[in-house]
Design a protein around this ligand. Structure first.
Ligand code: 13P
Ligand code: SF4
Length: 323
């Protein structure tokens, strides 16, 4: 439909002209990853953006990620090539819903995944990513007391993973919001059973948002699957795994876009998607023509108002300080 090479060159020239840095999430289509300055996970990219000395950030990812970049780089112009690139998980909790939940549990500490809007972050105590959620919650229990009540959200599978890993099930007081990412929730225990049968020796790389996360933990607990081969990882962690294990066979349970940067990092690795239909339509809304238009016309700007950004920065900085 379009000449990828010519368009990529146009994008690079416009980025130079606009003094822009192009960031791409690991789930972006290959041609966007290829034209980007940095490819990575959601928080890593925002931190990269804050450190970069460019005046414009073209964020090829979804809306909450561009918001986080704006929160961490208030002086920069943050662009997203398509304003409709949202996130079903971030949409699963509004600031009003969170405020109601908090009102029912006065004194509880609120812990929210980075996949939330800036307005939700602004009334959150600590943010977490999939890479550090267990450590951050463990730190809160140490700091605030082992019986601290916690509101954790919005992802119920990440919440269940944290609860099980830290043995909080019996303790009570660890409340989990019932949100989910429709893509990861769709990676079911039955997918894992099927794929394990086909690749009995493969390692398992699992994003903790997956609908299969608790059943895999149960396989490990029962001795049915060797724990050394199972890794709960953020997208950044999966990439690192590929770099460190370039000749392995691994089942990858996350959005299928992830296989591209992993395969680039480890061309010999045998990577198998746990569910080949696990595609995020929002991530795939970003295309080269839209990125070109975005840089050419400086649209669509994502700007978090300073009053919100100032408060949203607090839980992010607390998390960064812990991890
Ligand atoms: P990461 O923070 O692991 O990149 O994940 C973001 C995301 O949207 C997962 O679906
Ligand atoms: Fe949101 Fe899920 Fe898409 Fe990630 S994969 S951006 S959590 S909808």
């Amino acid at each position: 439909l379009y000449d990828v090479r010519a368009l990529s060159e146009e994008v690079r020239a416009l980025a130079k002209e606009r003094d822009a840095v192009i960031l791409a999430h690991n789930y972006q289509v290959p041609e966007i990853q290829d034209v980007a300055d940095y490819v990575g996970d959601s928080l890593g990219l925002s931190r990269q953006a804050a450190a970069a000395d460019a005046s414009v950030i073209a964020f090829c990812g979804v809306h909450f990620m561009a918001e986080t970049a704006s929160v961490l780089s208030p002086e920069k112009t943050v662009l997203i090539p398509d304003l409709d690139a949202g996130c079903s998980l971030a949409d699963s909790i509004t600031p009003e819903q969170l405020a109601d939940w908090q009102a029912k549990h006065p004194g509880a500490v609120t812990v929210m995944y980075v996949n939330t809007t800036a307005e939700v972050k602004a009334i959150t105590d600590y943010c977490v990513t999939s890479a550090n959620a267990v450590n951050v919650v463990a730190h809160i229990l140490e700091e605030h007391g082992a019986d601290t009540e916690i509101l954790f959200g919005p992802d119920m599978f990440l919440g269940a993973y944290v609860e099980k890993t830290l043995g909080l099930n019996e303790r009570g007081g660890f409340h989990i919001w019932d949100g989910e990412c429709h893509v990861h929730a769709g990676i079911r225990p039955s997918d894992i059973t099927k794929i394990r049968g086909e690749h009995p020796d493969a390692d398992f790389l699992i994003h903790p948002e997956c609908g299969c996360v608790t059943s895999v933990m149960e396989y490990v607990a029962s001795g049915d699957v060797a724990s050394e081969g199972v890794h709960m990882l953020s997208t950044g962690g999966m990439l690192k795994y590929a770099e460190e294990h370039p000749d392995r066979e691994a089942i990858v349970a996350t959005e299928t876009g992830m296989l591209y940067p992993m395969q680039q990092a480890a061309p010999e690795a045998r990577l198998i998607p746990a569910n080949p239909r696990a595609e995020c339509v929002y991530m795939k809304m970003i295309t080269l023509p839209k990125l070109r238009d975005s840089l050419r016309d400086l649209r669509y700007e994502v700007k978090v108002p300073e009053a919100v950004a100032e408060r949203a920065r607090v839980p992010i900085e607390r998390m960064v300080a812990i991890s």
